[in-house]
Design a protein. Structure first.
Length: 316
């Protein structure tokens, strides 16, 4: 048990560090190839920040643990809304930008519904994976189009693109990718070992330990941003992360290891994720302007997450 827990802890640490290294190397490489900073910010950096979840799901599916992969995707979204936004909103009100309410939030709601349609029959197959992956391509296209129409709006993390020599950029890209692969495999091994020792499903481990672990960087970044007064960053980061989790992460088990889903995914986990997404959309879209997520919303989101965690604990 201790070895498995150590593997998870070390896996999380290396996974987070190597993801930053991979994103920096990929962004610098693209910049050296004269790709625009806007395009890098919307594609390379956006996808790269979801690399830990993508690699964990890919490794889980390849090693025959699709439940862990699905649990990672849905659990991360639930943790992002309940834990990350809940805690951050308690620290400081989170303003809802008009562009976010008009575009990204409805997009997240639509993607969540599409994901539900894909898993409604209790089977996540290659066609479902292709649908979700196609949605990722369409989403990236829409983001690029929106940015071109509103060039004055900030582009995610495009200001953080490092200036590196081509050789150093390629080295960071390659070493970051290798460490991502190794650490994700270590994490999957530790998580599945604990699941087997405790006699619980890999789905539940994915929904809890792995999902919370991969959401910790978002939690740390959001809390730090709120404490520094950059309150608007957290909501945009969570919305973007949830979109990529459903399209890039959930598609992995469908493409690599298609198969039947645990009924709990359809009857318990997806409804919770959908309900929290609808609640978030209602708070952001309905009511007086200017919109914001206040302490009451934070308490509600955090309470839902705690009740959901208790539900999982009681059932298993």
């Amino acid at each position: 048990m201790l070895i498995a827990l150590a593997a998870i802890l070390v896996g999380f640490i290396i996974l987070t560090w190597s993801a930053d290294r991979f994103v920096a190397g990929a962004a610098a490489t693209a910049s050296n190839m004269n790709v625009s900073r806007m395009l890098i910010g919307l594609t390379v950096v956006s996808i790269g920040t979801s690399a830990p979840e993508i690699l964990v799901s890919l490794m889980s599916a390849l090693q025959g643990f699709p439940g862990l992969a699905v649990g990672n995707a849905m659990g991360s979204n639930i943790a992002n809304m309940g834990l990350v936004l809940g805690v951050t909103a308690l620290i400081a009100p989170l303003p809802v930008k008009a562009a976010l309410a008009k575009r990204e939030i409805p997009l997240l709601l639509a993607i969540t519904i599409i994901a539900g349609v894909c898993i409604a029959n209790g089977y996540l197959g290659r066609i479902d994976g292709l649908i979700l992956l196609s949605g990722l391509i369409i989403t990236l296209y829409l983001m690029i189009r929106w940015q071109k129409q509103h060039p004055d709006e900030p582009v995610g993390d495009d200001e953080d693109i490092p200036e590196l020599s081509p050789s150093k950029a390629w080295f960071m890209l390659g070493s970051g990718l290798l460490l991502l692969l190794g650490s994700s495999q270590l994490l999957v091994w530790g998580a599945t070992e604990i699941a087997q020792m405790m006699g619980i499903s890999d789905l539940v481990i994915g929904l809890t330990i792995v999902a919370i672990g991969t959401s910790l960087p978002e939690l740390a970044a959001s809390v730090t941003s709120a404490l520094k007064g950059h309150h608007d960053i957290a909501l945009g980061n969570v919305i973007g992360s949830n979109i990529f989790n459903l399209l890039a992460v959930l598609s992995m088990p469908g493409l690599v290891a298609p198969g039947a889903l645990d009924q709990a995914v359809i009857l318990r986990d997806y409804p919770v994720m959908l309900g929290m997404t609808i609640l978030l959309a209602l708070v952001c879209l309905i009511g007086k302007k200017p919109k914001h997520l206040g302490k009451v919303t934070g308490i509600v989101l955090l309470s839902i997450y705690c009740l959901y965690g208790a539900w999982l604990f009681i059932q298993h």
